[in-house]
Design a protein around this ligand. Structure first.
Ligand code: FES
Length: 120
């Protein structure tokens, strides 16, 4: 019996971004925005575009561990959003995240956003 070769799913191109979690709580790359949600000691970098119609999840409210989109009120479990966060590594306050590649390099920004933000 011969082993079947595993099919490899294509890995989407990613671009690395670094920021200080005490100074920044959002990243922007072109038209795409990402926000930081902290749970305990973990830092999650989450796409801000709501899966319904692209609403700004970073402006949502967290209610009962669910994030409410400000546009049409859909709720998203915070745990599920964090599970789908972009790959990142935190060392102290330094966070390195790998975001989907675009024509624009990610730029960390300090933005007053509500969702789970604990920026100093
Ligand atoms: S855009 Fe978020 S619920 Fe419609």
């Amino acid at each position: 019996m011969s082993a079947r070769p595993r099919s490899k799913a294509p890995v989407p191109p990613r671009v690395r971004a670094e920021f200080d979690r005490g100074e920044h709580n959002a990243l922007v790359a072109g038209d795409d925005m990402y926000f930081v949600m902290e749970r305990g000691t973990d830092v999650h970098v989450i796409t801000s575009a709501c899966p319904h119609r692209g609403g700004p999840l970073h402006l949502g409210e967290v209610e009962d561990d669910r994030l409410r989109c400000p546009w049409h009120g859909s709720f998203f479990p915070v745990g599920r959003l964090c599970d789908r966060a972009h790959p990142s590594v935190r060392v102290g306050d330094a966070v390195t995240v790998y975001l989907p590649a675009t024509d624009h390099s990610p730029v960390p920004v300090h933005t007053m956003v509500r969702a789970g933000v604990n920026a100093a």
